[in-house]
Design a protein around this ligand. Structure first.
Ligand SMILES: [Zn+2]
Ligand SMILES: [Zn+2]
Ligand SMILES: [Zn+2]
Length: 144
């Protein structure tokens, strides 16, 4: 298994406790090249990271996405979800296994289905995720 060392926020790292589910972090690619940080693949971590890049303001403010070679303009309030799609993070229904690219789409699915009404949402991580393992200094393994 290839070993990898990469920078994450200390708070992110210290959230990982031995025995816990490992966190999955993704390399930032904002402003094309990114800032060198790896960000946890959750909406809260991503929205905090966007603020760190100065992407703030009202949810309705029009904002240009600078992730990699993306240059879409969208509302600031949609940016976090949009970044999740860049990371390739998806959600899966625990009952029937259907995969949707957004939480709201999966919620619509579980609501409309008798059998999936009580399903859990399983996160499907993107191909570029790095697994953070709670051991030693801030080191991590590549997913898989
Ligand atoms: Zn960044
Ligand atoms: Zn984008
Ligand atoms: Zn289902």
């Amino acid at each position: 298994m290839p070993f990898d060392i990469f920078p994450v926020y200390q708070e992110t790292f210290f959230q990982v406790q031995p025995g816990d589910q490992p966190l999955v972090a993704y390399e930032c690619k904002l402003q094309q090249v990114g800032c060198g940080m790896f960000v946890e693949g959750t909406t809260s971590a991503i929205s905090a990271h966007l603020r760190g890049h100065g992407i703030t303001g009202p949810d309705t403010a029009s904002t240009r996405c600078t992730w990699g070679d993306c240059s879409k303009t969208l509302k600031r309030g949609c940016m976090t979800r949009h970044i999740l799609t860049h990371l390739g993070i998806k959600v899966r229904c625990s009952v029937c296994g259907v995969v949707k690219c957004r939480h709201d789409l999966l919620r619509a699915h579980t609501k409309s289905s008798e059998q999936c009404r009580f399903a859990f949402v399983n996160i499907v991580h993107g191909p570029e995720g790095h697994l953070l393992v709670p051991e030693g200094p801030a080191t991590a393994h590549q997913v898989q």
